[in-house]
Design a protein around this ligand. Structure first.
Ligand code: AMP
Length: 424
């Protein structure tokens, strides 16, 4: 059986790499006073149609949507933000918790996209949402956090691309300008673009058809249509980023593919030393109407998400993944049935004391057990034979130094504790 196209397995060393990345991101989010939330993988399809917007490619083309047994339309989440906003509206956490609500999340998302380098149909995102405060300092804090996360992972030379798509008035003016610009071309553009032209001409800028990209190259840019307030907000943000020495590049063409964004939008790009370009490693932006659209009060928000697969790939390419630390520390080598009984019990004591302990279940020769211990990269072996059983003792062998010592069974945990815990 093959796995589903666009999905991937994580073997132990890959899963360990993912976990180390996720732990670092979680730790930094926690320092920024964000709290973890978890929302369902399945949601009513309507949530994404209303939340993400039915002019976005993600909703129009890439959702895994099906009817459940009661004929309800359900979708696998193609992104997190809409689900998190639904959660905070349903639970009215905005009424009980201090604003801004600061949440982080982690888990799989699903998009029926064309699989290619860095692009999967099931992939993992880590991200944050800050809801309920409109200060531009909040935007800067969120960008600063994302940037610190990438630096902490060891990714120097990350490119932050940033733009403002303005408030409603700015975008209305911009949409009109885009309609005027595309009017003489639209009959020759792809069918999707024809629909985008009617639904939301901004989305024409996301088109991936080469001829259409060429036409869009000379389209007006949103920056020319910003209201005074939006321009001021954007300039304030850029000034703070410069002051905090967060390098950025204003990308006037950056509009992001989801319909809920307003004002600040940004993406992080990184090309690894191998030259592999996996696409944006993260992106996000400010949103104004999403909470209200989903039945809540009039609260703004800002968030971003990283693609964990893409972070893993660039870190792996650049040899920046932390070493796998989960090596078996102690390998139990019981000789005979009675010894196996003692060994399993002792292994349990060691495990409960925090020592990674593995155990040889088979009735095999000591030499074979040593081979297994070596393969598992054990640091110590505990040998229990008939002689040891009779004397209530075990033999502990340091596999690096090739030295061994006899220790009373009841003092084994103590012996390792005195070594200084789970030393390398
Ligand atoms: P988006 O909200 O679409 O910008 O997605 C946020 C991040 O998720 C992107 O910056 C990527 O790192 C990651 N991502 C998006 N789509 C995919 C995909 N199909 N496969 C892997 N990662 C993805």
């Amino acid at each position: 059986m093959q796995n589903v196209k666009g999905t991937h397995d994580l073997l132990p060393n890959e899963a360990a790499g993912f976990e180390s990345i996720e732990n670092l991101l979680k730790g930094i989010a926690t320092y920024y006073a964000y709290k973890q939330v978890r929302t369902p993988v399945i949601e009513p399809s309507e949530l994404f149609v209303r939340g993400v917007g039915n002019s976005s490619d993600v909703v129009r083309k890439e959702m895994y949507t099906f009817l459940d047994k009661a004929d309800r339309s359900i979708s696998l989440r193609p992104e997190f933000t809409a689900g998190i906003i639904r959660m905070l509206v349903n639970n009215k956490t905005y009424a009980t918790e201090e604003l801004p609500l600061k949440y982080f999340y982690l888990g799989p998302v699903f998009r029926y996209d064309r699989p290619q380098l860095g692009r999967y149909r099931q992939f993992n995102q880590f991200g944050v949402e800050s809801v309920g405060n409109n200060s531009y300092f909040n935007d800067v804090e969120v960008i600063m956090m994302a940037y610190s996360m990438l630096i902490s992972l060891g990714l120097n030379g990350v490119k932050l691309k940033i733009n403002s798509i303005g408030d409603d008035a700015s975008r209305d003016a911009y949409r009109k300008a885009l309609k005027d610009y595309f009017a003489p071309h639209i009959d020759h553009m792809c069918e999707d673009c024809k629909q985008r032209y009617e639904l939301n001409p901004l989305r024409i800028l996301d088109c991936k058809v080469e001829e259409d990209i060429k036409i869009a190259e000379n389209a007006p840019i949103v920056g020319q249509y910003l209201s005074k307030e939006s321009e001021e907000r954007f300039n304030n943000i850029l000034a703070l980023l410069s002051e905090y020495e967060i390098p950025y590049e204003v990308d006037p063409h950056l509009v992001r593919g989801l319909d809920y964004y307003s004002e600040t939008v940004f993406e992080f790009h990184y090309v690894s030393a191998t030259g592999n370009n996996y696409g944006a490693i993260g992106g996000g932006g400010h949103y104004h109407k999403l909470v209200k659209e989903l039945g809540g009060p009039d609260l703004p928000g800002i968030g971003f998400s990283f693609g964990v697969e893409r972070l893993y790939s660039v870190l792996k390419d650049d040899n920046l993944l932390p070493e796998d630390e989960d090596k078996v520390f102690i390998y139990m080598m019981p000789m005979g049935l009675q010894a196996r009984k003692v060994a399993l019990n002792l292994a349990s004591d060691l495990r409960m004391s925090g020592y990674i302990t593995d155990y040889c279940f088979d009735d095999c020769k000591l030499s074979a057990m040593f081979k297994r211990a070596e393969k598992k990269q054990a640091k110590y072996a505990i040998i229990i034979g008939e002689n040891e059983i009779n004397n209530d003792k075990v033999v502990i062998k340091d596999l690096n130094k090739q030295e061994q010592i006899e220790v009373p069974t009841s003092e084994v945990v103590d012996f390792f504790d005195k070594l200084g815990g789970i030393a390398d």
